[in-house]
Ligand binder design. Structure first.
Ligand code: SAH
Length: 202
């Protein structure tokens, strides 16, 4: 941002009008930087006041040609930055010292959805949140560890039974950990049946 300042000291922040603690990021360097670097695609502003970032947003952003991400520091930025951004994003209800780590979380989750970034694109389809369920549990070798066994069905080679077991486990976990995700989710007849069984303690 210093490259976009005009004063001799190349100040990117200043004291807040009206007094109070901390410093505020100046509007001109941010806006000039946005105008210089933005291409086709949205400008995102990292802010705890923004929309809460989630997998659906990651998917939307993965379809963009380019993303420009603006990070605040200190107390935040001059309010007049807001009209120059398309979307304000928060990564959760807590305060960081700066937007960079939040931006990295967004960059990481978005870029792994870009075709070719992950080796096995199959792994994207069944993931936690991709259809709003928490993912089923995973196991790899050995089949026995300190008395904990890999569920029989996974060793059976019966693909239909494995599919059903995984679906049922995903529903069960979601119910146990994040039942809020089930609200408003369209479940298939089979899912409804599984949910009923799980709720009935079977
Ligand atoms: N005083 C501000 C917070 C400033 S935190 C307020 O109450 O809104 C400093 C900078 O860190 C912010 O400008 C933002 O870019 C970044 N930041 C802090 N918490 C964040 C969060 N949860 N999500 C995204 N960015 C965050």
């Amino acid at each position: 941002l210093r490259d976009y300042t005009h004063d001799k000291h190349r100040m990117t922040d200043d004291a807040p009008y009206g007094g109070g603690p901390g410093m505020v990021m100046k509007v001109e360097p941010i806006v000039e930087a946005i105008e210089k670097v933005r291409g086709a695609g949205p400008v995102l502003l990292m802010s705890p006041q923004g929309e809460r970032f989630n997998q659906k947003m990651a998917q939307e952003l993965a379809g963009e040609e380019r993303l420009t991400i603006v990070c605040g520091r200190y107390e935040g930025f001059d309010e007049r930055v807001r009209p120059f951004v398309d979307r304000e994003i928060s990564i959760g209800d807590y305060i960081l010292t700066g937007g960079e780590i939040a931006a990295m979380a967004v960059i990481d989750s978005v870029s792994r959805l870009v075709p070719g970034v992950l080796g096995d694109s199959e792994s994207l389809t069944e993931e936690t949140f991709s259809d709003s369920l928490i993912e089923y549990p995973h196991y790899t070798r050995p089949d026995s560890f300190r008395g904990m066994e890999v569920p029989e069905v996974l060793l059976s080679g019966n693909h239909e039974e494995i599919r059903k077991w995984r679906r049922r486990e995903a529903i069960k976990r979601t119910l146990e950990r994040r039942s809020d995700l089930l609200d408003g989710l369209e479940l298939s007849g089979e899912d409804e049946e599984m949910l009923k069984e799980i709720r009935g303690g079977k």
